[in-house]
Design a protein. Structure first.
Length: 229
């Protein structure tokens, strides 16, 4: 079964490489194609150990200091065990929570407090801030996408794609327009190295920015914490 799984992963990787190369050469792409590339990259990511670092900032207005920041670092080792560290901060306030999951057992530590055994794992943990902006009536969408640039990096050839989503929905008899700009860093083999997003509502000063960085090397083995009963 492991051999078959590896063959499937290799086949998926090869197909992704060819598709990625073809799109990069044509320099013509749609937001749907980029979404499929992202889904393929996430599937490959979950097949092995990795680390993702997701950071979100809320700014009261462009050019001002952020009013809220949260960072979620997630590690998955070769055995499929996970460690998630969430750090939330506002001016004058900071909170840290760490959750470890090993073979169905879950542990949590808040700030400098003791480790606690959990069952089941905490719900809603690490929910992205931008999800709060998606409520309301069904919007109308305008989508654009392009290959922004190609860079030769230590990771190899990296293609940077950009998508812009403009949504319009009616609220209290008025059109509310929200613009989201996303950038994706795809390595030559289809792996996603980074994703950035900025969202704003026309006529409002608040801006939300997210950034996710993916790493695939030097992922330590995750062990259960010591709990003094």
């Amino acid at each position: 079964m492991k051999y078959i799984r590896k063959l499937g992963l290799v086949a998926s990787l090869v197909l992704s490489v060819f598709a990625h190369a073809a799109i990069a050469q044509s320099k013509e792409i749609t937001s749907t194609e980029i979404s499929k590339m992202e889904q393929s990259a996430i599937s490959m990511l979950r097949a092995g150990p990795y680390r993702s670092i997701w950071t979100s900032w809320v700014f009261p207005e462009r050019g001002k200091e952020h009013s809220y920041k949260t960072t979620m670092t997630t590690e998955v080792d070769v055995a499929g065990n996970t460690r998630s560290i969430q750090e939330d901060g506002t001016p004058g306030s900071f909170r840290r929570m760490e959750v470890i999951s090993i073979e169905g057992q879950h542990y949590r530590k808040i700030d400098e407090g003791p480790w606690q055994r959990l069952s089941p794992p905490p719900s809603g943990y690490g929910q992205p801030v931008e999800s709060q902006l998606l409520t309301g009536s069904r919007p109308r969408f305008e989508l654009t996408a392009r290959l922004s640039e190609t860079q030769d990096t230590k990771e190899g050839l990296v293609s940077i794609y950009e998508t812009v989503s403009k949504s319009t929905r009616e609220e209290n008899g008025k059109d509310v327009v929200r613009i989201s700009t996303s950038r994706f860093w795809f390595r030559y083999d289809g792996m996603l190295l980074r994703k950035d997003m900025e969202a704003e509502t026309v006529g409002e000063s608040r801006i939300v920015r997210n950034s996710t960085v993916y790493e695939f090397t030097n992922i330590p083995r995750i062990e259960a914490p010591n709990i003094n009963q």
